[in-house]
Structures are given as C-alpha cells and as structure tokens.
Design a protein around this ligand. Structure first.
Ligand SMILES: NC(=O)c1ccc[n+]([C@@H]2O[C@H](COP(=O)([O-])OP(=O)(O)OC[C@H]3O[C@@H](n4cnc5c(N)ncnc54)[C@H](OP(=O)(O)O)[C@@H]3O)[C@@H](O)[C@H]2O)c1
Length: 318
C-alpha cells in the first residue's frame, strides 16, 4: 500500500496511546516500500519523551496546539492525514474542553486539509447501547452516543462529514472499539485488578477489543478507502468477549482467584466489524494470544501507561 499511494503522511495527535506506534509502523512500511515519503507527527507533545522516541526512530515532529487555527494553517501540506486527536477521560466536570477538542479541532483540520485524504479516528461509542447478547451494530445503524463524550464523538464525525460532503474531501470514519496493548486496555485493567485482589465489575458484561498493532495496521490501510461522502468502517475483533469468562481465563494464567462485583447490564457498547474483516481479513492477534501475553506481562511486572479504560462505566460519563 505504501508503494501505491501518493504523497507525504501527517499524523495529527500522534502522541497518544496508539499514535507513537502507528507513526513508527507507518515509517517502517514506507522504508520497506522503497518509496520516498515524509512521515510527520503532530501533537503538543505534553510528554516530551514521545517526541524523542519518534525523532530517534526517524519521524519528523511538529509541536502544535491544534485548537489554534493559525498554528494549524502553518502545518505542512500532505496528501495523507491520519487524524487521531480526541478527548474522552476527564470529560466529566470539563465537558466544554471535550466538545472543543472533538469539534473545533476537526473544523480547523478539515479546512486546512480539504484536498487531502483523511482517516479519521472515531469510536464505536457513537452507536447506541445494544443488547449484550447481540452481534453489535454494523455501519448502517444510526449514531446515538450516550453521554457527553459519545455525543461529542458523533459531532466530531458530523464536522468531518460536513466538509467531505460540501468540499469533496475523501474521508474514512474509523470507528474503533477498543485497541489494547500490554500497557493499557481492558485485559491489562482486569489483570491488574486480579493481581491486587480487587473485584472485577461485571456491569458491562461483554466487550470487543483488537490488538493495537492490528488496529494501527488497519488504520494505515484505510488511506486507500477514503471517500466523499465519507466511508465508514467499524474496526475491532471478530467476536465479543464475555467479561466474566475473560477474567476467569486471566486469573487462571496468573495463578490467582478472581472475585466479581456489579450486576450485568442487559445492554452494552458493542460493534460489528464484519465489513472491516471482509476487507482486511481477521486481525492477526487472537484473544487467546492477548490473554496469554497480558498475563505474562503483568506477572513479569511490565509497565503500565496508568490510563485505566473504565470499562465498567455504563452511563457514558468519563
Ligand atoms: N485507544 C482506543 O482504544 C480507542 C478506542 C476508540 C477510539 N479511539 C480514538 O482513537 C484516537 C487515538 O486513540 P489514543 O488512545 O491514542 O488517544 P489518546 O491517547 O487520547 O491520544 C490523543 C492525542 O491527541 C493529542 N492532542 C489532544 N489535544 C490536542 C491538541 N489540542 N493539539 C494537538 N494534539 C492534541 C494528544 O497529545 P498531546 O497531549 O501531546 O497533544 C494525543 O497525542 C482518539 O481520537 C480516540 O478518540 C481510541
């Protein structure tokens, strides 16, 4: 794919949980394709270590507060944009900032990059809750997110949709239901609870997840799938996982017992990824591998990003 597409790549919001590894994956793919192409990462770099990591790997970086329209206007041209900016945690009590990040920044970016193709990271939280026993909504289900974050995520899509439809910008709404790696995510959180002898809350009784490497791979390949009006793609693993059974499997690998709390809700946030799996094949990393790797990581005292997912939240308040 990197041999086929034209132009440079700008990754906006590169400094988060997923962006640093996505940027490195993109540059590795560019190098292996043999095509000359700049890969530029943009963020405020609140944690300067992320900028150092990216620069040492060979990416270019630009410090920019994307809420500042003048700063956005001065960003370099690029045919390919991966848009990863978002705000979820900390919304409760500071709702206005979440709405600003998820609506004002998209407006600046969509206007600055009106002639680029944009893979826009969205979330499965734009969908309404569905029965916990269902396969989850596919891309034809209307958006109806629960809570300020989810509603602002709907608005993030709507702003990009507006510019795509009015100006012809090719965009793909990449609706992700949850990426995880060794240092964060629902499996990491459950394993930590088990190791600390804390109960696992079953309020949200099942979940989807996808290994971060697979999620990043799909996001980059979506550059070839952008369209106007925007394309929409659910991205997660092929199945939903029962939280209780997953916790029991993790406890078994950790050699611990697990206790539970909370009453399982009849509805939850799920996503049906059949379309992305038909396009790209199943993700390479299975749930069994993720459980095994997570248990090993936690047993060995591996690091944590210290960013809990709050997988138990049932009212959309983050
Ligand atoms: N991780 C998941 O499982 C998941 C699931 C569903 C959807 N998503 C979506 O996928 C995207 C990427 O996920 P993530 O977990 O990597 O997100 P994240 O950890 O929250 O990272 C967000 C990024 O946005 C940057 N940013 C925030 N405000 C900014 C501003 N004003 N100017 C410039 N940069 C700004 C942050 O870096 P600085 O603070 O350094 O600027 C950071 O790089 C997010 O939009 C999220 O909504 C993720």
């Amino acid at each position: 794919m990197m041999g086929r597409i034209d132009g440079d790549i700008v990754i906006l919001g590169i400094a988060g949980k997923m962006g640093v590894t996505l940027g490195m994956m993109a540059l590795r793919a560019v190098r292996e394709s043999g095509v000359e192409r700049r890969v530029i990462g943009v963020a405020r770099f609140s944690n300067p270590e992320h900028e150092t990591t990216l620069r040492e790997f060979g990416l270019e970086t630009i410090r920019c507060d994307l809420l500042d329209p003048t700063a956005v206007a001065s960003l370099p041209d690029a045919d390919n944009i991966i848009y990863m900016v978002g705000r979820k945690f900390g919304t409760q009590g500071d709702e206005a900032m979440t709405w600003a990040i998820n609506t004002v920044v998209p407006s600046h970016v969509a206007r600055r990059y009106a002639t680029s193709r944009i893979v826009m990271f969205s979330t499965g939280c734009v969908y309404p809750f569905v029965p916990s026993t269902s396969d989850g909504p596919d891309e034809n289900v209307g958006m109806d997110g629960v809570g300020d974050y989810a509603q602002a995520a709907v608005a993030r899509e709507r702003v990009f949709q507006y510019y795509s439809e009015s100006g012809g910008t090719p965009i793909l709404m990449y609706r992700l239901n949850y990426a995880i790696d060794l240092r964060y995510g629902v499996l990491h959180d459950i394993a930590q609870l088990i190791c600390n002898d804390q109960p696992v809350d079953l309020t949200m009784p099942c979940f989807n997840c996808i290994w971060q490497r697979d999620a990043n791979d799909r996001a980059l390949r979506c550059l070839e799938r952008c369209a106007s009006p925007p394309a929409v793609l659910n991205v997660t693993g092929p199945e939903s996982h029962d939280l209780r059974e997953t916790a029991l499997a993790l406890a078994d690998k950790l050699g611990k017992t697990v206790s539970f709390t909370g009453t399982p809700s009849e509805t939850t946030w799920l996503s049906n990824a059949s379309k992305s799996i038909a396009l790209f094949g199943p993700p390479e990393t299975s749930i069994e591998d993720m459980i095994e790797m997570t248990a090993t990581w936690i047993t060995l005292g591996g690091s944590s990003l210290g960013k809990p997912t709050h997988f138990e939240v049932a009212d959309g308040k983050y």
